[in-house]
Design a protein around this ligand. Structure first.
Ligand SMILES: Nc1ncnc2c1ncn2[C@@H]1O[C@H](COP(=O)(O)OP(=O)(O)OP(=O)(O)O)[C@@H](O)[C@H]1O
Length: 328
């Protein structure tokens, strides 16, 4: 038996199977009534409660200053909460801080590592900090996974910004945490690298890792995340499957091309707004007030023939703005 730290015993189970054993009994992360008031009196979190289900890619969204980093830093053990509870992989962060820490890998917004170590040394040192035995380290495998194998022996200070960020991801994974948190991982990363990073996130998730990410790229959250929570001003304003959240945007736009130049702009009580350009009418309506058939019928009532119709589904940006505005 290895002289293991308590947290590492847990990790051996993951290492033995090569997969993270799912359990139906607890959420990957569970947060209840979490509050944080900073020393100066700023209330950054105000009674936040939610669960991150195991096996999901979970998006945590919110405008600048919403409290996302505060929440992640509490999970990481870097910020002390004022009240409430949080557990990671079933381990309460107060009662079992070591096991809780061993269960999570966090990629912070800031790039943090010693510029004089090489990537492979950086990962070996991190593995040492987590008590991962030498025989179970996989520094080169991780560097390959984040496309840095050819930089394994370069000084970290010579890496580009995108490479450093990928090294941060590899560093967060050395102890095989079942939960990976990425705090704004793609800020300042170009499109190609971003796609590589997301492809790797999807791979990790497919192998069983629960992923939590904060991002300002709403369309990415929409594309990647199974479920999205939105915080604003320290409060949770939404926590739903992505499809339901998007479905909650009530406004819909239908572009109608008519059979002749528009001489006047048709109006109807079911239209929220109308814009006319040449032969095209862009009509905004509320899904809870009217349907597309009623909107089109109103256009033909005005004597226009319809040549073409296209609709635009609301994206997360619309939902996000309407929710954060109404909560504010
Ligand atoms: N150490 C601190 N002391 C005092 N106030 C703080 C401290 N850290 C954060 N805050 C304040 O708490 C609030 C929440 O900040 P936090 O960094 O958690 O937000 P965020 O959602 O992560 O924002 P961003 O997307 O800009 O990183 C902000 O008003 C911030 O100014």
């Amino acid at each position: 038996m290895h002289p293991l730290r308590p947290g590492y015993r847990l990790l051996l189970d993951f290492a033995a199977t090569g997969r993270i054993a799912p359990s139906m009994t607890y959420a990957a992360i569970s947060i209840r009534d979490l509050c944080k008031t900073y020393a100066g009196g700023k209330r950054a979190l105000d009674g936040v409660s939610f669960d991150v289900p195991q096996g999901t890619i979970f998006g945590l969204l919110g405008p600048n200053g919403a409290g996302k980093s505060t929440l992640i830093n509490i999970l990481a053990g870097l910020v002390n909460k004022t009240s409430g509870t949080a557990s990671i992989w079933g381990f309460d962060i107060d009662a079992h801080p070591r096991n809780a820490k061993a269960s999570i890998g966090i990629v912070n917004q800031e790039i943090l590592f010693d510029p004089f170590f090489t990537p492979v040394e950086t990962l070996e040192i991190q593995a040492g900090l987590y008590g991962v035995p030498k025989s179970e380290r996989r520094s080169l495998e991780l560097l390959r996974a984040v496309h840095l194998e050819d930089k394994a022996n370069a000084y970290a200070r010579t890496l580009s910004g995108g490479m450093k960020r990928r090294l941060m991801v590899a560093k967060a994974l050395v102890h095989r945490p079942p939960v990976l948190v990425l705090d704004e991982p793609t800020a300042g990363v170009d499109i190609q690298l971003r796609q590589q990073l997301w492809a790797y996130v999807r791979e990790l998730n497919a192998a069983g890792t629960t992923v939590v990410l904060t991002t300002h790229y709403l369309e990415e959250a929409e594309e990647l995340c199974d479920r999205i929570a939105i915080i604003n001003g320290g409060r949770l304003v939404a926590n739903e499957p992505t499809t339901e959240l998007v479905g909650r945007a009530q406004e819909k736009v239908v572009d109608v091309t008519v059979d002749r130049e528009l001489t006047d702009t048709p109006s109807a009580s079911c239209f929220e707004r109308v814009e006319a350009r040449g032969r095209v009418l862009s009509i905004t309506y509320r899904k809870d007030v009217a349907n597309a058939g009623e909107v089109l019928a109103a256009v033909t009532r005005d004597g226009y023939g319809i040549v073409d119709v296209s609709t635009k589904e609301p994206d997360l940006e619309d939902v996000f703005l309407s929710m954060t505005n109404s909560a504010g």
